[in-house]
Structure formats: C-alpha cells, structure tokens
Design a protein around this ligand. Structure first.
Ligand code: PLP
Ligand code: COI
Length: 341
C-alpha cells in the first residue's frame, strides 16, 4: 500500500475511502494490562493465523471526526462519547476496554500527527478517525482472548452518501443486521458483516442503503445501513426509533439535544413502517452520514416519498446547519461537545 501524500489529494472531491496516512496509534494488552501505546508509521498488523478476532469476530470499532475550523484550528466532536461506547462494546464481547481518558488522548495525538491531512474548512471535508480493538490471542476453541491490540488510524473524507445533502432512496430488507438481545447496541464487526448482503442487494437495485426493521416483528424501523433514522412529523416533532438492537448513535443523542433547543419536542419511540405518513421529512444521521436526507423508503414494492426526492427539507437543513456549525466551530454548542486539538 502506498503512503498517502497531501499533494495527491483533491480535498474538494474526497469520497469515503482508506488512505494510508503517516501515523497511527497502537497499544497492546498483555499479562492483564495495557502496555504504553505510541504513534507508529506501520500501517500493517502482524497476527497469528489463529487470532480470535479473525475467526470469531472478537473485535469492536469506533468512528469519529476532526474538523478544521475557519480560524485554522482543529475541533474534535464528543470523543468522550465514542470512548465510552467503545468501552461498552468491549464489555459486551468480553474484551479489555481501552481506558477512556487514554482513548481521547490517543485520538488527539493521531489528529496532531496527521494534521496536514485534515481537509481545509472550505472543502467541507473532515478527518475520519477509526479506533479499533481486536483480540489477538491464538485460540481455536470459542473462547475470549487475553491479548488485545488497540489502534487508531485516520483518513480525510468527504460525503459518505454520494450527493451530500441531496436526498437518496432507501429500501427495507427481509434480512436483519442484529438480533433482539444480540449485539446491535455494540459497534462490532459482525453487525456489519451481516449487513453486507442486504446492502449489496439494495445498491444493485439502485438504493443508497437499507432500512432495517425490528428483528422480532419486522414492523418497526430500526436504523439505516450505517446511520440512525429520524423523521420530522407534519407538526414539526423530531422522532427517532427506540430499540434495544440499534447503535446508540452519538449524532442521534446530539440531535435529540439540538432538536429540543430548536423547539422540535424530540422523542425516541417505536416507529412503524406502516406509519410513514406522519412525517414531512426524514433523514439518516451518523458520524459518516452527518445528516443525509432520506428522499424515499420503499417497503414491499411500495415507495413512500417524504419531503422531496431532490430537495432537502427546511427542518432537516436547519438541523444540519446547527450540527455542522458546532462541529466546525462556527457556532457555540452545548458545553464540552467540541475539544480543541
Ligand atoms: N448506526 C450504525 C449501524 C452505524 O454504523 C452508525 C455509525 O457510526 C450509526 C448508527 C451512527 O452512530 P454515530 O452517530 O455515533 O456515528
Ligand atoms: C460511522 O459513521 O462512523 C460509521 O461507523 C459508519 C461506517 C460503518 C462507515
């Protein structure tokens, strides 16, 4: 893999792809404790063929971003929330959690070390950070490992869904990504492995991603392929699904707070796929997706169009402007949401 060079990048046309940047952070867990971690230039991982992560999926990950401000400084958005979620994900898979304060420090080190790769403010891009925790122990029985590797690497990114704020079309699937009582609340690779076939089916049929329904009744909206769902009712209320098998999205909890501030009376509640008529607008929300308008949802061959298939709705636009205003440092947000790097 060739190392990325700033001069080869077009910051105004970044997709969502891997770039081998100069530095990543790595720390190892042996003998019951985390060893001191450090920045390294080595973007490869040397693993036993029998590492538990490879066979039984004992691995968890995170996603967060750093933003170049107008004044040239750099913000990271709520890294403590990702540190905490990774802790919970690790506990779900019986892994040694990486200490949350050290997680945030390591994020900052990786951002600083790769700062030439943070897209300029005007480009609308950001530096995506991918913390990863894997079980490296050689085990062939289905047992939790005792050795772990924690790493954080980074890459400059643009829009996750092509078109950015242009609405895209979604479709429900007969498949589930996570079971009731399974690992849906944890950010584990297995959930994403389960989503690849339905995702591919959706893409081949011309949709940008899947709307997963609840695994017990296939009646209630869970989440989208790689984002949580929200709808804005005709009288302006912000609603998002409540379910034990979806990812507790940092963006969702942030928007629940901002929607409250904006008088949108937000709620988390079960949302039936048969009750889409209540919504004037709908969207996907997540770190990679930011806010991406959902133009339509097709369920059992019937297409439901929300605000428009080509234009973003006014409430979705207002939430987007407020969220990225805070992330890029143009607007003051609730205390502690952004950290200067
Ligand atoms: N749901 C899924 C399945 C995701 O992969 C993501 C992305 O992280 C989200 C929701 C949104 O979570 P967050 O806002 O913390 O990025
Ligand atoms: C994120 O938004 O950070 C995600 O994890 C989405 C992703 C799987 C690309």
């Amino acid at each position: 893999m060739t190392k990325a060079k700033v001069s080869d990048l077009d910051f105004n046309n970044l997709g969502f792809g891997y770039h081998d940047l100069p530095y990543r952070y790595k720390a190892e867990y042996h003998d019951g404790q985390w060893q001191p971690g450090e920045l390294t230039t080595d973007s490869t991982i040397h693993l036993s063929e029998s590492a538990v992560a490879l066979h039984y999926g004992q691995e968890v990950f995170e996603g967060l971003k750093a933003y170049r401000r107008k004044d040239g400084g750099v913000n990271i958005f709520r890294p403590d929330r990702n540190a905490h979620r990774m802790h919970n994900s690790a506990e779900r898979l019986l892994m040694a959690p990486y200490p949350e304060d050290k997680f945030v420090e390591a994020v900052k080190e990786v951002v600083k070390a790769n700062q030439d790769f943070i897209p300029p403010y005007e480009s609308g891009g950001s530096l995506y950070l991918r913390p990863l925790l894997i079980s490296t122990s050689p085990e062939i029985g289905v047992h939790p490992g005792h050795d772990f590797l924690f790493t954080i690497f980074a890459m400059p990114v643009g829009a996750y869904y092509p078109g950015g704020l242009a609405p895209t079309a979604f479709v429900t699937s007969e498949f589930d990504r996570a079971a009731h009582g399974g690992t849906g609340q944890a950010k584990v690779g297995g959930n994403y492995a389960a989503s690849m076939l339905p995702g591919d089916n959706a893409h081949k049929a011309g949709y940008s991603d899947v709307v997963y329904l609840d695994p017990r009744e296939h009646e209630y909206i869970e989440e989208l392929g790689s984002a949580n769902f929200f709808g804005i009712t005709k009288d302006g209320q912000f609603k998002t699904p409540k379910s034990p098998s979806i990812l507790p999205s940092v963006t969702k909890y942030s928007l629940l707070a901002l929607a409250e501030e904006m008088g949108m009376n937000p709620v988390e509640e079960a949302i039936s796929i048969h009750d889409l008529d209540q919504f004037a607008e709908a969207g996907a929300m997540g770190t990679a997706a930011v806010i991406s308008p959902v133009g339509s949802i097709t369920h059992e061959g019937k297409k439901h169009v929300f605000f428009s298939e080509t234009e973003v709705g006014p409430k979705t636009q207002a939430l987007y402007d407020r969220l990225i205003g805070i992330q890029y440092g143009d607007q003051e947000g609730p205390e502690g949401w952004v950290q200067d790097v």
